[in-house]
Ligand binder design. Structure first.
Ligand code: ADP
Length: 190
């Protein structure tokens, strides 16, 4: 199996690039943000709980997120692989993912991070707000909170994968196609 963690700060382009990767490699795309948003739309208990955190730019608690992700992974029979988008966002999530994948006799192949500087992120998210309909994109204070949460809680996940020699850093600036090409090259050389 090819199991990729596509990593990066909010607005780095994980969702856009995930679409390109699933097309090329036939992977299952698991975006925790998308799954939470679908639950919010469906007014499920999970959605109601997640919404209060997401609207403020905070992380949904690990236990809730991990249980949801586990159920999603186990829901797929015989996948070619997974692309994890927006997960793991904490070291506890990374450890839980390793444990889960080992239970199904597989592991993370590589963690690829999209590198984008903060000013550019703020600009992209503010732009996305015009079309995304996402409350967490519409408010500059919430955007800043998400960037701060990324720096404090999520960036350390790089060290987790780096310690396993699985971390690849990609320049996230350029056209969408430039970045897709960099990702394809990185995966081809695995
Ligand atoms: P972005 O990367 O643009 O911020 P996402 O769609 O990945 O957007 O995430 C939106 C929000 O969903 C996050 O700010 C957080 O509240 C919640 N969320 C998504 N994934 C996770 C996760 N792995 N752990 C905790 N919360 C998460």
């Amino acid at each position: 199996m090819l199991n990729i963690v596509l990593f990066g700060p909010p607005g780095a382009g994980k969702g856009t690039q995930s679409e390109r990767l699933i097309d090329k490699y036939g992977l299952v795309h698991l975006s925790t943000g998308d799954i939470f948003r679908a639950n919010i739309k469906g007014e499920t208990d999970l959605g109601i709980l997640a919404k209060s955190f997401m609207d403020n730019g905070q992380l949904v608690p690990d236990e809730v997120t991990i249980n949801m992700l586990k159920a999603e992974v186990l829901n797929h029979r015989d996948p070619k692989g997974f692309i994890f988008d927006g997960f793991p966002r904490t070291n506890a999530q990374a450890a839980a993912l390793d444990e889960l994948l080992s239970e199904i006799n597989t592991s993370i192949t590589s963690m690829i991070s999209l590198d984008v500087q903060e000013d550019e992120l703020r600009e992209r998210l503010a732009n996305r707000a015009k079309t995304s309909g996402r409350p967490d994109d519409a408010n500059p204070a919430v955007i800043q909170n998400r960037i701060d949460v990324y720096k404090n809680e999520t960036a350390p996940v790089i060290d987790y994968y780096s310690a396993q020699n699985k971390w690849i850093k990609i320049d996230g600036l350029g056209t969408i196609q430039d970045i897709t090409n960099r990702l394809f090259d990185a995966i081809a050389s695995l």
